[in-house]
Ligand binder design. Structure first.
Ligand SMILES: Cc1ncc(COP(=O)(O)O)c(C=O)c1O
Length: 401
């Protein structure tokens, strides 16, 4: 007999109803077939194991749990905005007021809250091309119509965008990854950030700055992010790339007109982020020098890894692959000089030789038709030695055709 209550809620129907895909971050699970189990996979956006501050976290959790009054309080319920010491630290980091900060379970959660609050199915949303595929999936989930704006070496193609806005395009928001972008590793020039905000103010859309790699600059000069002085700017950020993605802790900072509604939505969903984690992380962040020390150690690791990869790539595959040296973050974006080269075939050879990379077209908001000459190499979670070996295998894969 059919159980009418459950009809339509079997796994396959649910998956298709939700448009659910497997998590595409890559690099965590077992390798796909054709890739050796010990292959050096230059894939995911995960921090280096060595950069994760286990000692500092242990001290922060110990201090939280060993004081009976604090530990008991940290295991109780709390309120949606997040605890005051953490919001104050975040507000200082963002140059705004604590009442404009909402603590979240990471950047994707912040984006999800924001999209669910402001997007209606069919709304137009601007994104960079290429961009972070999980954000695209989230936008798809909320029914957004994505319009792409090209990222070039010089910045965003804002002339083309302005023409389209003049012609009547009315986006609800522009989703940007301004520093050490995923996947290109590029940083948006200050002039572009200012122009995007000016366009947003003129045409009435939000600028959503998702900036998880901002604190990971290991060379060159920083660029100020879009100012929270503007009523159209929302910053979404996370401790995932600095303290560890397993913490699931991040934040959203934005205009006063948005934060109360997002906080209420958050409270109605899952109430609040782990109070134990918030309390321990607030302690770590307010211990003088602790966070800066963690960042400095991470910068050294990523600088060394990035240089190991770029130096070996230039030496062994520089004749067929073009790229600029990353100044921060964890990604290198390279372009094959031969436009006819089939990068899928190169990837298959690379996999057989014991390495792997992400195809550029995977990051195309327009459906894997652009960026076919590009590849993304993640240099964060392999030692310099393994990165050099991976670059040599990559060279073999490129030169074998
Ligand atoms: C641009 C961007 N946003 C958000 C995230 C995910 O952040 P979180 O772990 O805080 O959800 C990533 C991780 O790869 C990312 O690259």
């Amino acid at each position: 007999m059919t159980d009418t209550l459950t009809t339509g809620f079997d796994s396959a129907t649910l998956l298709s109803r939700l448009g659910a895909h497997e998590s595409p971050l890559g690099g965590f699970g077992p390798p796909p077939s054709g890739v050796a189990a010990d292959a050096i996979r230059l894939l995911g956006g995960v921090p280096a194991d060595e950069a994760l501050p286990t000692r500092q976290l242990r001290a922060a959790y110990d201090a939280t749990l060993s004081d009976p009054a604090i530990s008991v309080a940290a295991l109780q319920y709390s309120s949606a905005p997040g605890i005051e010491p953490l919001r104050s630290w975040i507000a200082g980091h963002e140059g705004t007021d604590p009442d404009r900060v909402l603590v979240t379970n990471g950047a994707l959660h912040g984006l999800s809250l924001l999209f669910s609050a402001i997007l209606d199915p069919g709304d137009t949303v601007l994104v960079e091309s290429p961009t972070f595929p999980l954000a695209l999936r989230l936008l798809g989930h909320y029914g957004a119509q994505v319009v792409s704006v090209s990222v070039t070496e010089q910045g965003l193609d804002l002339d083309a965008l302005e023409d389209r806005l003049r012609a009547g395009l009315r986006p609800k928001l522009f989703y940007l990854i301004p520093d050490f972008q995923n996947p290109t590793g590029s940083t948006l020039p200050a002039a572009d950030r200012a122009r995007v905000v000016a366009l947003a103010e003129q045409y009435g859309f939000l600028v959503v700055s998702d900036n998880p790699y901002r604190d990971l600059r290991f060379a060159g000069e920083g660029v100020a992010d879009a100012s929270l002085e503007s009523e159209v700017v929302v910053r979404v950020n996370t401790f995932s790339k600095t303290l560890g993605p397993g913490l699931r802790l991040g934040w959203l900072a934005g205009p006063r007109r948005l934060i109360p509604a997002l906080t209420r939505l958050r409270g109605n969903n899952d109430q609040h982020s782990s109070l134990l984690t918030q309390t321990a992380i607030a302690r770590l962040l307010t211990t003088p020098g602790e966070f800066d020390g963690i960042l400095t150690a991470a910068h050294e690791i990523y600088r060394e890894r990035s240089r190991a990869l770029t130096t070996e790539l230039r030496a062994s595959v520089g004749d067929v692959l073009e790229f600029s040296d990353p100044e921060g973050g964890i990604f290198l974006w390279a372009t094959a000089s031969d436009p006819e080269l089939d990068l899928s075939a190169v990837q298959a050879r690379a996999r057989a030789l014991g390495t792997d990379f992400s195809l550029g077209r995977y990051f195309d908001p327009d459906g894997a038709v652009h960026h076919t000459q590009n590849l993304r190499l993640g240099f964060s979670n392999n030692s310099p030695e393994r990165l050099r070996t991976a670059a040599q295998r990559l060279a073999e894969a490129f030169h074998a055709h």
